[in-house]
Design a protein around this ligand. Structure first.
Ligand code: EPS
Length: 354
């Protein structure tokens, strides 16, 4: 009803606000016997974290995870897994002037209209800080999918503003602060982002995610389609304004003779469908993409109103990302993994199998 829970059989409930004492999640429905330790979370939490380069928010959170329940002697027990991360670097005074003001582009106006009250500090519950726990839950899902099926979920940034990679080397995407698959372009991106930051403005981005090794048969017609759930999961990430599966919006310009993926004894000849047919995985790579809007928190002044509908000029302080898309890669990977594991458990519940 109040929608802080994601998934059907692998259910993740997140809680917490950006400037509260802690953020956390409860994972219910994780299969027993999966080895999980705090160290498993480090890599993905650090990939998502603020303050790792000058091109992201300079808030420096420890993002140190505590496993409170559901793991005994190093393995999951099948009982709820509670994960907690204490907030260690919130600077709430930056938000003092914003308690009664609606920041354009943010959820302030709509939260106020819906609830009549909000924690304005650091965006409260609507802050991207919450995505930390999606990544944490995603670590558990990814580990299960990897160990059980060899599934690999990997993403990269495929556009920042007008800039697009000229080649795609997904391994190279992990070696630079932009998750950019074309290492030769990294110096140009550094220059671009430095000048953007100095101007006080922000920029949008596109993130691609590929899931390899997903067996054929996961997903469900008609109201549990794998592509529909992936789209919902990605669209539910902060700042996302568009999602594509497979060829996405490009299909509008395609002919059927080009789009349909021919099938031979060796498998599919192409993958315009993005690895999903009729809402069910085909065994091919599952390909998704999402577009993130430019960050709305800018020091450049903008017109707005306060709670009394009086005009105000807003200049947002705080430590903000000039391009939220950069940190979105691990979040998107996590959401894809959560959908895949949930779909697998539902597939097994109905059809049996391994
Ligand atoms: C965010 C605003 C900034 C970011 C924050 C997301 O918060 P603050 O002004 O308190 O520094 O730092 O991101 C995180 C803390 C995080 O862990 O992702 C926002 O408005 O969404």
């Amino acid at each position: 009803m109040s929608h802080n829970t994601f998934g059907h059989l692998f259910r993740v409930t997140t809680f917490g606000e950006s400037h509260g004492p802690a953020i956390g999640c409860v994972i219910d429905g994780c299969p027993p016997g999966l080895a999980i330790a705090p160290g498993d979370f480090t890599r993905d939490l650090q990939r998502r974290a603020t303050g790792r380069s000058r091109h992201t928010s300079q808030r420096r959170e420890a993002d140190s995870i505590e496993i409170l329940s559901g793991v005994f002697e190093g393995v999951t027990t099948g009982t709820p897994i509670a994960l907690l991360i204490r907030n260690t670097d919130a600077r709430s005074r930056d938000y003092d002037d914003l308690a009664r003001v609606f920041r354009p582009g943010h959820a302030d106006f709509t939260y106020d209209r819906k609830y009549g009250i909000r924690d304005h500090r650091g965006g409260g519950r609507s802050s991207a800080r919450e995505t930390t726990m999606r990544v944490a839950a995603g670590v558990v899902a990814r580990k299960y999918l990897s160990e059980r099926f060899g599934i690999r979920v990997r993403g990269h940034v495929s556009q920042i503003g007008e800039l697009r990679p000229t080649r795609f080397d997904s391994d190279a995407a992990e070696g630079n602060p932009f998750f950019w698959p074309d290492p030769d372009m990294v110096p140009a991106l550094e220059t671009y982002m430095d000048s953007l930051r100095k101007s006080g403005d922000s920029i949008g981005a596109r993130v691609d995610v590929v899931a390899e090794g997903v067996p054929a048969g996961w997903g469900a017609p008609l109201y549990g389609k794998l592509d529909a759930e992936l789209a919902s999961a990605l669209m539910g990430i902060n700042a996302v304004k568009g999602v594509e599966i497979g060829d996405g919006f490009a299909v509008a310009a395609q002919r059927g003779s080009d789009h349909r993926d021919a099938i031979g004894p060796e498998g599919f000849a192409s993958n315009h469908a993005g690895g999903i047919l009729g809402g069910i995985s085909s065994g091919q790579a599952i390909t998704c993409s999402m577009a993130l809007k430019p960050t709305s928190s800018l020091r450049l002044p903008v017109q707005s109103v306060d709670r009394d509908n009086a005009p105000v000029t807003v200049e947002v302080k705080g430590r903000h990302d000039p391009c939220v898309g950069i940190r979105a890669v691990p979040i998107a990977e996590a959401m894809v993994a959560l959908v895949l594991l949930d779909q697998y458990l539902r597939h097994r519940a109905q059809c049996g199998g391994p």
